[in-house]
Design a protein around this ligand. Structure first.
Ligand SMILES: [Zn+2]
Length: 272
């Protein structure tokens, strides 16, 4: 954010970005827990999932409360999942990285919104093997509005091409795979296709191509070995075993690396 750095010291901007990320990370935890359970993300206020006791503001300070309470509920002593401080900390780091990368303040808020949504989607996909339409469709809609308001880093033509390729390539792979393997379940989930379409809008044509390459690479190198231990197994009629990988986290990882490194640098890396 060069325009701001002229007036405000950089450490202050990055510290503010970190705290901003922690606070949103705390809200993302609520979304990750409640959206798959079809609960409101606003009401009721934060409470312990075990004893139901309402949390005071000082029990709910991102990162700090978890450390002070030593990972236990103040009222019933139930263990609090490590997931909560991890999501808060990761959101803080993502916020700092986007602040370092952004050239303007609106750019920071727009891409923080985009990658924040991808983080929530990834965690829900990891837990439930589903990407809720309540998140993927509004993300796509907001992306299209920002695109035509010229608020994204990519031009409207690039963004539309990115959306068509982001949705089109996985649809084609899924279709061919189903024909070749003669299976009647989708090789790629509909939710994956929707968030790839949205990612195409936010990152443009070249951005989505690198997202697909890096995301698939991460999926094969990290995701596939994980499914051997933890993957959901689906027994088919002929005792053929199928393992699902939640692809959302790898799409998100691919998109974030593409955004941070930048398409220009990635092309140079490919061509040496
Ligand atoms: Zn409790």
């Amino acid at each position: 954010m060069k325009e701001l750095i002229l007036h405000i010291p950089e450490w202050f901007i990055l510290l503010s970005a970190f705290i901003w990320g922690l606070v949103w990370g705390s809200f993302f935890n609520v979304c990750i827990y409640r959206i798959p359970r079809k609960e409101s993300i606003i009401y009721p206020p934060s409470h312990c999932p075990v004893c139901g006791h309402r949390l005071k503001w000082y029990d709910n300070i991102p990162l700090v409360s978890y450390i002070l309470l030593k990972g236990k509920c103040r009222y019933c002593g139930a263990k609090i999942s490590m997931r909560y401080p991890i999501v808060e900390f990761v959101t803080g780091i993502i916020s700092i990285l986007i602040a370092l990368k952004s050239e303007t303040v609106p750019e920071f808020f727009i891409y923080f919104f985009f990658f924040g949504c991808l983080l929530v989607i990834s965690a829900i996909d990891w837990d439930t093997y589903t990407i809720p339409d309540e998140l993927s469709l509004p993300l796509l809609g907001v992306g299209l509005i920002l695109l035509f308001l010229h608020l994204l880093k990519t031009s409207p033509i690039q963004g539309i091409a990115g959306a068509l390729i982001g949705g089109g390539i996985p649809l084609l792979i899924s279709f061919v795979y189903e024909k070749v393997k003669k299976i009647d379940y989708p090789a790629l989930g509909g939710g994956d296709i929707k968030i790839l379409t949205a990612t195409g809008v936010f990152l443009g044509l070249y951005g989505i191509l690198f997202t697909l390459i890096i995301g698939s690479f991460l999926g094969i190198v990290i995701g596939y070995p994980l499914t051997i231990k933890t993957g959901k197994r689906v027994e088919e009629e002929e005792l053929q075993e199928v393992r699902y990988i939640p692809f959302g986290p790898f799409i998100a990882g691919g998109a974030f690396l593409t955004y941070l490194i930048g398409v220009d640098k990635l092309v140079h890396l490919l061509l040496f």
